[in-house]
Design a protein around this ligand. Structure first.
Ligand SMILES: Cc1cc2nc3c(=O)[nH]c(=O)nc-3n(C[C@H](O)[C@H](O)[C@H](O)COP(=O)(O)OP(=O)(O)OC[C@H]3O[C@@H](n4cnc5c(N)ncnc54)[C@H](O)[C@@H]3O)c2cc1C
Length: 826
């Protein structure tokens, strides 16, 4: 009997682990029943009853028509009642974009070979030349203090340069005069610009993100494309896109702005058009835009377009010189000075063919916006955040080496080192995520869920990085001025957190909410069968999806348990991966199975209410996100040719992510509303307790060292950023001081030893070096090197001070003179 029980348990685990088909379960159950009958020496009648029960159950489970009749159709009827109705806008948001590696993670069985086979994204020669040429040049031309404190805008020559060199048309194909860049190149440009000036990066980012150009490319009529795209590509038009209004922020589909289809006079003729009223705010580039992408709800009360009265959200392109369009006023978003402001119009008449795509696309605006959202969201905020991370990593490491307190470079003090190590490892993981996500867009994906993961986690990580960087800089980071390279970054971080889907909403509603429906192998099929299909087709589809779903859930539960008791030893490892990272794939397989199981049980236990339980769904989203970030990091290590020197970064980042995922699961289980289910889940997912640990201090030390030493590893980690040139540039002088500090460390040692030995009296800075030279402790060359280092160091640690009016009077006089001169020249 013990043998039978053990065999039954083993059979259950093997069949479930490999998600065996129902027939295999039936054969195994039949064999076990026969064995049981033999063991128990059942009589003929008992055998007949057992046999009959078996045959009936087997028939119901294996014969589809019977199974639908007896089981699935009944469950479908209940399912139809409990699944909440979705609005058209919700449906369009769910259907938008594509699923990619996120679907593998959601399956609970990510195929790591597939991950490593994804081609590494690469820049073309032309794209690299653009980065090395115009991109470097515009960075050198831009002085962020002048932009943010003096002009509150980019200088006119920088505006002209970015227009002339095609920066505003990177996503526009060459046939329309654009640069026709890949997503990777687009990302590399935005990243570099954001390491120099936020206003510069945002000004370039917005026209290349969701807006007129992207919408025209996908939905515009040929006439609209050939008129606007060449003008947008050359910067003859400055675009903006206005969706947000005072009453509709996150809930953008509820915009109150409206238009009514009517006839009216346009250029002396009567034409079919719309009278539109709107009041928008927060619109980037809005105050200086010449072309306003406008979203509003369109009504057709006189049925001039068709039968429907409420046509829905509609997107139109409105030249801002149209009578009645009000632009020009500005917001000041935390001292970020990219152009941003409100705009409005009342009963503005515009021809119907201003609708993007023409009148056939009236009412299709939400679908258009959702369809185009993923590409821009994959690039803009993730990339500018990575730019911020790289810039902060490089300069904070340099500053922590140049700045000494307690006779020690502050970067070598353990407390500072802890923050520095975190910056380095987060920076690595962020760059890996940027590259994998941009690569997905270049492969033709519009990764809806992944773009939300990248947007949320890159902006959140750069927020942590800038906090760490500020702490390390102390007062130097706080006092604003041309010599403060951190403070402006700190100020603008909340902008990235808020735009393109504010972060709380993105985490709690989109990542898991959309992921659970789009990426899950069966949920969308079940929902479609229940809500969009009828009769036999619905029955067949639901039966297939539902039975597979049950097998999938059981399999993931068993796999999570087996990985838990075996310390993930059975987890899949890709055929060709670095030996030093093998265990991370196995650990991730364990977490993926646990996540998939937990997601299914949560949906089952909470049903539609899970949508409102944002604390649970947010944490489920965290687990999915950590798995994506780990995947990107492991792939990046392979793509970069397994750089052994980067291993501390990978170890810290991956361990931190696995630990965070485990923490999120623990929190879900502690707060799970159905307590017995929570206990069962905990036994299944953590049968031997929670085994992932936070990163070790020794790894943190190694990560910090990377930023404190010049060399290939630091250059690789911060690759693609703009490094200030020359010693008159605030970050250029920091780089020079960093190198000089390291070069002078042996001299410093000599001086310290001479003081200790009593050869030299303890004096400060250059005086000690002069005395040391006189006493022959150091050579003349060493004195020169030391003096240079001292001058650079003083430059680096100085902070700016201002007259009482912060120099405003002088600045205004200078700008007025410049304006008068340019008016005279014109
Ligand atoms: C500098 C800047 C530039 C911008 N540029 C543009 C632009 O060019 N074009 C444009 O159309 N818009 C633009 N926006 C608007 C931006 O997209 C919105 O600010 C954003 O959608 C959030 O709306 P809100 O600020 O009104 O916040 P609210 O919607 O009021 O949200 C407040 C808080 O509630 C949270 N929240 C809301 N709903 C939920 C929910 N269901 N679950 C959980 N949390 C929720 C949000 O996450 C947020 O934390 C810009 C905004 C700023 C600040």
């Amino acid at each position: 009997m013990i043998g039978w029980i053990l065999t039954a348990i083993a059979a259950f685990f093997v069949l479930a682990y490999f998600q065996a088909p129902i027939l295999a379960w039936t054969v195994a159950a039949g064999a076990l029943a026969a064995w049981l009958s033999f063991l128990a020496e059942l009589g003929t009648s008992a055998n007949i009853v057992l046999g009959l029960v078996f045959v009936v159950v087997a028939a119901v489970l294996n014969l589809r028509t019977l199974r639908r009749l007896v089981l699935s159709d009944r469950i479908l009827a209940i399912y139809r009642r409990i699944v909440p109705e979705m609005s058209q806008t919700e449906k369009e948001a769910i259907d938008a974009g594509t699923v990619w590696w996120d679907a593998d993670l959601f399956s609970g069985k990510p195929d790591w070979n597939k991950l490593l086979a994804i081609p590494q994204p690469r820049l073309s020669t032309e794209e690299q030349a653009f980065l090395d040429g115009p991109c470097e040049e515009v960075c050198a031309m831009t002085n962020d203090w002048e932009v943010t404190h003096e002009r509150y805008d980019l200088p006119p020559h920088v505006w002209q340069y970015i227009k002339d060199r095609g920066f505003l048309g990177m996503i526009i194909p060459k046939k329309y005069g654009g640069l026709g860049f890949s997503a990777l190149a687009h990302s590399a440009v935005v990243m570099k610009l954001s390491t120099r000036s936020n206003a510069l990066a945002v000004t370039v980012m917005v026209p290349n993100s969701l807006g007129p150009a992207e919408l025209l490319l996908h939905y515009g009529t040929e006439e609209q494309r050939s008129h606007y795209l060449p003008r947008l590509a050359k910067g003859l038009e400055v675009p903006c896109f206005a969706l947000t209004s005072p009453e509709a922020g996150s809930d953008a589909a509820s915009i109150p702005d409206y238009g009514t289809v009517c006839k009216g006079q346009w250029q002396g003729k009567e034409v079919l058009g719309m009278r539109v009223t709107w009041d928008k705010r927060y619109i980037t580039l809005g105050p200086v835009a010449t072309l306003l992408g406008l979203a509003f709800r369109l009504y057709d009360p006189e049925h001039l377009l068709g039968d429907k009265e409420d046509l829905g959200i509609t997107c139109a392109l409105v030249p801002t010189n149209t009578p009645g369009v009000n632009i020009g006023r500005r917001h000041l978003p935390l001292n970020a000075v990219f152009q941003n402001g409100p705009n409005s119009g009342k009963d503005v008449f515009m021809p119907i063919d201003w609708i993007i795509g023409g009148k056939d696309f009236a009412g299709k605006g939400w679908m258009m916006l959702m369809g185009c959202l993923a590409a821009g969201r994959s690039i803009s905020l993730p990339t500018s955040s990575v730019g911020g991370a790289k810039g902060l990593a490089r300069i904070t490491g340099a500053y922590a080496r140049v700045r000494s307190q307690f006779k020690t470079p502050i970067g070598k003090l353990e407390g500072v080192e802890e923050a520095l190590g975190r910056i380095a490892a987060n920076c690595y993981m962020m760059d890996a995520t940027r590259l994998m996500t941009a690569g997905a867009v270049d492969l033709g994906e519009k990764p809806a869920v992944i773009s939300a993961i990248a947007k949320y986690h890159m902006t959140e990580r750069v927020r942590k990085i800038v906090d760490d960087a500020m702490d390390i800089h102390g007062g130097k980071g706080i006092c604003l001025g041309p010599n403060n390279w951190v403070g402006r970054g700190y100020q603008v971080i909340p902008v990235g957190i808020t735009v393109e889907g504010a972060n709380i909403l993105t985490r709690t509603l989109i990542i898991f909410g959309q992921g659970a429906i789009r990426c899950h192998p069966y949920v969308l099929r079940e929902m479609r069968a229940a809500k969009e299909m009828q009769g036999k087709a619905a029955s067949i589809e639901f039966d297939d999806a539902f039975t597979s779903h049950i097998g999938h859930t059981i399999s993931n539960g068993v796999r999570a348990f087996v990985h838990g008791v075996t310390s993930s030893r059975l987890g899949q490892v890709p055929r060709d991966c670095a030996p030093e990272t093998r265990h991370y794939y196995r650990f991730s397989s364990r977490l993926a199975a646990a996540f998939a199981f937990l997601a299914d049980v949560s949906m089952l236990a909470m049903g539609g209410a899970l949508k409102r339980k944002e604390k649970i769904s947010g944490r489920l989203g965290d687990v999915l996100s950590m798995l994506y970030l780990v995947s990107a990091t492991l792939k990046h290590y392979e793509d970069q040719g397994r750089q052994r020197a980067d291993i501390p970064l990978i170890r810290w980042a991956v361990r931190d992510a696995l630990y965070s995922a485990q923490y999120a699961i623990d929190q879900i289980l502690s707060n799970f509303p159905v307590k017995p289910v929570a206990r069962l889940l905990r036994w299944t997912i953590f049968p031997l307790g929670m085994s992932f640990r936070p990163p070790l201090d020794s790894r943190n030390h190694e990560c910090a060292r990377i930023l404190l030493e010049p060399g290939a590893t630091r250059d690789r980690l911060t690759g693609g950023m703009y490094v200030g040139k020359g010693e008159s540039d605030p970050t250029g002088v920091l780089e020079a001081a960093f190198l000089a500090t390291i070069a002078c460390e042996p001299i410093e040692k000599k001086l310290r030893e001479a003081v200790k030995a009593g050869t030299l009296a303890p004096r400060s800075g250059v005086d000690t070096a002069l005395a040391a030279k006189e006493k022959g402790v150091i050579s003349a060359d060493e004195l020169t090197a030391w003096q240079r280092r001292e001058s650079l160091r003083r430059n680096v640690i100085k902070v700016d001070d201002f007259p009482q009016d912060f120099g405003r009077a002088e600045i205004l006089a200078r700008l007025a003179q410049e304006k008068a001169l340019s008016a005279k020249a014109a």
